[in-house]
Every structure is written in C-alpha cells, then in structure tokens.
Design a protein around this ligand. Structure first.
Ligand SMILES: [Zn+2]
Ligand SMILES: [Zn+2]
Length: 240
C-alpha cells in the first residue's frame, strides 16, 4: 500500500478495518503498512487491547509470508505473544518452516561409497553429499601432485648429493629464512600452485639427510641464488 493513499484515508477518519475492506485486506495488514509508513491510525484497532490473538487475524498474515517480527508489528503485540498464538493454532511462518527444513538436512550422513562402503558423507555447499574419505584422498593426491611439480621445477634431485629416488624424502630449505612466507612441508603445498612455486624459488632442494646436515652446519650453502647454490661440507665438523 502506498503512503499517500493510506494517509488520505486515515485522515478521513477511516479505521484500519474500514480501509481493509476497501482494499480487500485484513485490518492488521493495513495496520502493518500504516506503521511501516510511520502513520498513526485515528481509531486504533480493537485488538490493541490485551487479550488473545484470533486465528482469523493471524492466518492471513502467515499466508502473506510475514515473519514473526512482522506479524508482531502488524498486530501491535510482542513477538512472544505472536509465537504463543501461532503455536496454539499450529500456524507456521514460511521462515520457520524453511529453517526447520534446513536443519533436517543434516550436514553429515552415513551413506554408501562405491570405494569405501558405508562411511560418513559431508554435505557440499553446492548440494549433494561427498564421501569424507574420498575427499581426504583427493586432498592428499593434490598435495603429492603439487609437490612433484615443485620438485621437478627445482631440478628433481638433492642439490647437495644428487639423491632423487623418493620425492617424499626431498625437502625445501629456505636459503634466506627471513624471506620465508610459509613452509612448503605438510600443508604448505595445499596452497595455490602459483604461490607454492614462488615460495619454492626461494628454496634449495635437499634430501632429508643433507637437509639435516645443513641445519646442523655440517654442510654450508654458498651463494645467493637458490638455483645455483654451492654445497660445501665443513671440513672439521662432525655430524652429531
Ligand atoms: Zn569414498
Ligand atoms: Zn642429499
């Protein structure tokens, strides 16, 4: 209802019920619009007096898709009162119905996976469910694939001893620790390939043994450029 015509009718002294009849609307709907437009009804509706709310009063508002707060505003009563009477008449607002529906769609369910049998599934934000074990395997696969790319990009072998037998035993050592944005071990490779590649360029690729030796100071890395660094054993140091 537009403000101008509603205001005109209210100024003529028509009650909400009378205006409602003209527009084929319930008086509480008219009351809702009057409040929304900041207009005061000359003859406030009788139901403003405390007492029960009638089913015939609430039903059209629920049918119109109003929330409890909107209905409370329309009938000029508190939300608790409205909630009480809606429950009494078993009326449900669209909003509460939707919320109930959402809650009933559990985020986790036990379903049958073709690879893992009966197991937990997680609801996807895009709809449907996904096996949690399939998902974590996919994450591991991606991690291994990214690491393989990074290792290949760094020459594929330990820069100190040439070891290249097992990717899992090859590690990225930051040449300048201060330039380290994040570690490339574990979760680091879960980041975007572009970011991980940038980080790998700051690193020397070492096997786990040589990496330990570098950390212990038994092998010294000489040079500024990680790709062309020289690895020299410190003569009088003993691995310990
Ligand atoms: Zn699965
Ligand atoms: Zn090595």
């Amino acid at each position: 209802m537009d403000r101008a015509s509603l205001q005109k009718l209210l100024r003529q002294g028509l009650s909400l019920a009378e205006i409602g009849k003209r527009f084929d609307l319930h008086e509480s709907t008219v009351g809702y619009w009057a409040r929304k437009h900041g207009l005061e009804a000359v003859n406030r509706a009788k139901h403003a007096a405390k007492g029960g709310l009638g089913r015939e009063e609430l039903e059209p508002l629920v049918a119109a898709g109003m929330s409890i707060a909107e209905i409370a505003e329309a009938v000029g009563r508190g939300k608790t009162t409205v909630r009480h009477w809606l429950k009494e008449y078993r009326l449900k607002t669209k909003h509460s119905e939707r919320r109930r529906e959402m809650a009933s769609r559990a985020t986790r369910l036990v379903l049958e996976c073709s690879r893992h049998g009966l197991t937990e599934f997680q609801r996807r934000s895009t709809g449907g469910y996904r096996c949690l074990r399939c998902r974590s395997e996919a994450v591991s696969r991606r991690r291994r694939r990214v690491k393989k790319l990074l290792v290949e990009g760094a020459g594929g072998a330990c820069q100190a001893c040439g070891y290249n037998a097992c990717i899992a035993a090859l590690e990225f050592h930051h040449l300048v620790p201060a330039e380290k944005s994040f570690s490339l071990s574990h979760r680091g490779v879960a980041r975007s390939i572009a970011k991980a590649t940038l980080e790998a360029r700051k690193c020397v690729l070492l096997c786990a043994n040589c990496h330990a030796a570098v950390e212990a100071g038994v092998i010294r890395l000489i040079g500024q450029d990680p790709a062309h660094v020289q690895c020299r054993a410190v003569p009088d140091s003993l691995p310990g």
